[in-house]
Design a protein around this ligand. Structure first.
Ligand SMILES: [Zn+2]
Length: 106
């Protein structure tokens, strides 16, 4: 659905999916603490924040260029616009550092 063959993240799409799932679950827990504090207490809320932090760090290491291991998420966050990093990660087929082309190597 979001992932296309011939992109850099295609071989690692399950990691990226896990990253999104973890981030959403953690963020939902953290926000639920503010929205319904009687239902979600501080400790589960804090746990949600930790899950988000963990998934961000882990996502940085789990999603990389197959050739030079450029950390794609980290690269996108530091070089792409706030609104454009996700589209870049999902559609990028050529590594920005080593020039590895996932279209050719497919
Ligand atoms: Zn590369």
């Amino acid at each position: 659905m979001f992932f296309r063959p011939g992109t850099l993240v295609w071989p690692q799409r399950q990691w990226l999916q896990a990253f999104f799932a973890l981030t959403w679950v953690g963020a939902a827990l953290w926000f639920a603490y503010f929205v319904v504090p009687n239902f979600v207490r501080f400790v589960p809320g804090l746990f949600g924040l930790l899950v988000v932090a963990f998934s961000l760090v882990w996502g940085c290491f789990a999603v990389y260029c197959p050739k030079c291991r450029l950390r794609l998420l980290f690269y996108a966050w530091s070089n792409e616009a706030v609104s454009g990093w996700l589209a870049w990660v999902l559609t990028c087929s050529k590594c920005a550092r080593c020039g590895y082309d996932a279209q050719v190597s497919r």
